[in-house]
Ligand binder design. Structure first.
Ligand code: LLP
Length: 427
């Protein structure tokens, strides 16, 4: 097929080419060949995209501040191979459960570079973190503080941060806004003072600093100022962790602050409000992984009623974001000429699940799709695999790393046997 490679827009992973006739090359691998070899749906991850973003975060901090630590918020893509890439690149790791701690340790993170989050940590999770020797535990509430003191025990010490809700709500979907006055996360400013006094009196806990995370998919960086100002009223400690939150553009019309803009804003705020001597920690999730991944599907049916419905072999089992947050994605039909923007076909890309909310892209501008065609949906690296599920008995997709024209499966496709593997015989 004749094709003129074009540089793909910012929604595609690093190095992607997409020609006018729809030939899509990811990490040097033809998307149609990937679909044939690994089946669909499949998450295709351009490894170099992950590495490049990790380096950009590290360099952006290093250029502006001597003492900074970048944690990957592992909830965004809790996959051992992805975590291993970030461990190799020198990131630290934020885990929000015992399971994420297990993954981070399996991926080779030094426990001294892991910290544990959670608004309802169990005793078992706290104990596992202590046993592993994690760097910090980010304490969320007074109940947890009491349990942790008991678990640490006499004669030992554990470093902690206190998670504070600064009472600031960024402009994002309410489901992913976390720092407002009525949030389930962290200490309000009043309780934070009580907690600071308790920790300072404790012979088992060392207060390293304060943490806040105001929300996710943040496109306007302004609210970080009000949040930091609120938290700064509690005092200045060795470390300030301003959470994650940098948003990404999910469609080619979208835009978001760059990694460098985001880092610069945060560092400048810390210098201005707390001074230059404070240690800065940050916890990006989405902005490290979203762009790395393209989900491939195969069209199973095309139907026309009031709209055109393109039914594919995945859906809300591999990407819950459109259904939970009304998130908007775009898509291409691989191997078909890209639609004329002045006369595109508008179609809904529907998932295969038994409910009407299961639409991956509403009003997608597509070439005319036929059964058997491969559809590629970019920007699915963040919270896709993370929130995948087996609704309708759908096995979860594999994760395939690509780079330099080679592909390797890092998580195999779930099987029907996996679906029954937890059944207890004769129950
Ligand atoms: N730190 C803490 C304490 C967090 O709760 C989160 C995300 C992050 C860091 C990373 O935030 P990011 O850089 O990814 O914005 N499932 C939702 C996102 C939930 C985010 C939860 N917390 C989605 O798909 O949009």
């Amino acid at each position: 097929m004749a094709s003129t490679p074009t540089t793909a827009t910012h929604v595609w992973p690093l190095g992607t080419t997409l020609s006018a006739d729809g030939v899509l090359v990811l990490g040097g691998c033809d998307a149609q060949d990937l679909a044939r070899e690994f089946g669909t749906p499949a998450y295709i991850v351009v490894e170099e995209d992950l590495r490049r973003r990790a380096r950009r975060f590290l360099e952006a901090f290093a250029q502006r501040h001597a003492d900074a630590e970048v944690h990957f918020a592992s909830k965004a893509f809790p996959c051992t191979a992805v975590l291993r890439v970030f461990a190799q690149e020198g990131l630290a790791c934020d885990v929000a459960s015992g399971g994420e701690l297990h993954l981070a340790l399996a991926a080779g993170f030094d426990p001294a570079r892991i910290h544990l989050h959670g608004n309802a940590k169990t005793e078992a999770e706290l104990q596992a973190a202590l046993d592993a020797g994690v760097a910090d535990i980010v304490v969320d509430n007074l109940d947890e503080l009491a349990v942790l003191e008991r678990l640490v025990g006499a004669g030992r010490r554990q470093r902690i941060l206190l998670r504070v809700a600064p009472g600031v709500s960024p402009d994002t979907h309410p489901h992913i806004s976390t720092g407002g006055p009525n949030t389930k996360f962290g200490f309000n400013l009043h309780d934070a003072r009580t907690a600071i006094a308790r920790v300072e009196a404790s012979d088992r806990l060392d207060l390293d600093g304060l943490h806040f995370h105001i929300g996710s998919q943040i496109l306007d960086l302004e609210p970080f100022r009000a949040a930091l100002e609120a938290v700064a009223r509690l005092g200045t400690f060795r470390t300030i962790n301003m959470g994650g939150g940098l948003g990404v553009p999910y469609t080619h019309e979208g835009s978001a602050p760059s990694i460098e803009d985001y880092v610069e804003r945060k560092v400048d705020l810390v210098h201005e409000i707390l001074g230059p001597g404070v240690r800065i920690a940050d916890e990006p999730g989405r902005s490290l992984v979203a762009t790395s991944t393209v989900t491939l599907y195969t069209v199973q049916s095309v139907k026309h009623n009031v709209s055109t419905w393109v039914g594919v072999d995945g859906g809300m089992s591999d990407n819950l974001r459109p259904m939970l947050y009304g998130a908007r994605y775009e898509a291409v039909v691989v191997g078909r000429p890209l639609p004329d923007p002045t006369d595109p076909t508008v179609a809904h890309i529907a998932g295969k699940h038994c409910e009407s909310s299961d639409v991956i892209v509403h009003d997608a501008l597509l070439a005319e799709a036929r059964p058997g065609d491969v559809i590629a949906v970019p920007m699915t690296g963040a919270y896709g695999h993370a929130m995948a599920n087996t609704y309708n008995g759908q096995p979860r997709p594999p994760v395939v790393f690509v780079g330099d024209g080679r592909a390797r499966v890092v998580v195999r496709r779930e099987t029907y046997a996996d679906l029954t593997s937890r059944d207890v015989a004769n129950a």
